[in-house]
Design a binder for this molecule. Structure first.
Ligand code: NAD
Ligand code: GLY
Length: 360
């Protein structure tokens, strides 16, 4: 097992990464406050890992709530099911919520923890690659609104992140690829050496080589932990973690939540950002092609869906959280490993990107 720390002063917390951690109660028990534990999971993950997770908290008053599975349920109606379970069981403000599942469960449980009785303790037990490399770390929590992704939420850091890499054994291939989109993102925004590693090792990751997966998860978490420690509330560099997300969130909302996976949508979105960076005269043609090859190797889409016209993109992107004073701010690339945020670009280059970066 390896342990990284998200360094946030008094609110610092460990990320434990390794095999078989769902059988190691000593890792989680120090992070439980009070006596009551509510495990939040979904109908897919519960039959796989709920019993093991419950066993971690033997001796505590443990309850669970099993939510419907899917991005389309990451909303206020489903959030209420968690509040209902907490209220019915009379959980007090010293209770601990445990998010057992992918990013949807992590985000919605985190938001329940941020808001129940004005904030209670929570632990992340991510079980998808995407959640293990990104969403479980950093304290962004929330739910979707029909008009925009993640528009209702809060920053609320977990007490600990427990990554049992064995849980990836049951993950579908399509979901593994979706997680690789966020892994590739770290290489693109700030870690060119990691991108080079990925160019060589993506086939091993797709083949679920345990050693390479553990390394890729650790390096991703290390990158995320550094960014979050430097800019917890996204006043500056944390926005770089949103490479491709303004385009990608528009695809997710525009196609109907759950039809394009988050990782798939941001892969196409990162390519749109890459193409625009190339039009800006920054990212070289060679680097653009390296990006495209990496996403294709990871079996991810590199173009947005045909249904997403430039008009539809503009309509949905105008509601993005990074919009400031009516200007859509985008994460762009100078080169692989060097990202920056800008609202100051020629509008016609965004239009050209939406029109030109499309499947033939
Ligand atoms: P997800 O949570 O929908 O999980 C994908 C699928 O895998 C689901 O059907 C789930 O039930 C299933 N699953 C989970 N673990 C499994 C396992 N071990 N074996 C078999 N099946 C398993 O999707 P995701 O890709 O994990 O997360 C996407 C969400 O994360 C999006 O809502 C996105 O907005 C959010 N996100 C948040 C942050 C953040 O910083 N908070 C960052 C990135 C993404
Ligand atoms: N996934 C973006 C962030 O955590 O800031």
């Amino acid at each position: 097992m390896n342990t990284l720390t998200v360094d946030l002063g008094e609110r610092s917390y460990p990320i434990h990464i390794g095999r078989g951690l769902l059988r190691q109660p000593e890792l989680v028990r120090p992070h439980v406050h009070g006596t009551q534990v509510m495990i939040v999971t979904n109908t897919t993950v519960a039959p796989l890992y709920l019993d093991a997770c419950r066993a971690l908290f033997d001796g505590f008053e443990v309850a669970d709530v099993v939510l419907p599975d899917g991005e389309q349920y990451k909303n206020l109606d489903t959030l209420k099911l968690i509040y209902d379970a907490l209220m019915e069981r009379r959980f007090d403000r010293r209770c601990t919520l445990v998010a057992l599942g992918g990013g949807v469960i992590g985000d919605i449980t985190g938001f329940a923890a941020a808001s129940y009785q004005r904030g209670v303790n929570f632990i992340q037990v991510p079980t998808t690659l995407l959640a293990q490399v990104d969403s479980s770390v950093g304290g962004k929590t929330g739910v979707n609104h029909p008009l925009g992704k993640n528009m209702i939420g809060a920053f609320h850091q977990p007490q600990a992140v427990i990554i049992d890499t064995d849980t990836l054994d049951t993950l579908e291939d399509r979901q593994l690829s979706a997680g690789l989109a966020e892994v590739i993102k770290y290489g693109l925004i700030r870690d060119a050496e990691f991108f080079e590693y990925l160019e060589e090792r993506l086939p091993d990751l797709l083949a679920r080589d345990k050693g390479q997966l553990a390394y890729a998860i650790e390096r991703s978490c290390w990158n995320k932990a550094e960014v979050v420690a430097a800019d917890e509330r996204e006043a500056g560099q944390r926005a770089l973690l949103n490479l491709g997300h303004t385009f990608g969130h528009a695809i997710e909302a525009g196609m109907g939540y759950g039809n394009w996976l988050h990782g798939e949508a941001i892969a196409a979105g990162m390519m749109q950002a890459g193409y625009m960076s190339h039009l800006m005269g920054d990212l070289s043609e060679a680097d653009l092609q390296r990006m495209k090859a990496a996403f294709e190797t990871a079996r991810l889409p590199v173009y947005p869906p045909a249904e997403m016209t430039p008009e539809r993109f503009m309509e949905l992107m105008a509601g993005d959280k990074k919009v400031q004073a009516g200007r859509i701010r985008l994460v762009l690339l100078k080169a692989i490993g060097q990202a920056y945020v800008s609202g100051d670009y020629p509008a016609e280059l965004l239009q050209r990107t939406l029109t030109e970066w499309r499947a033939a």
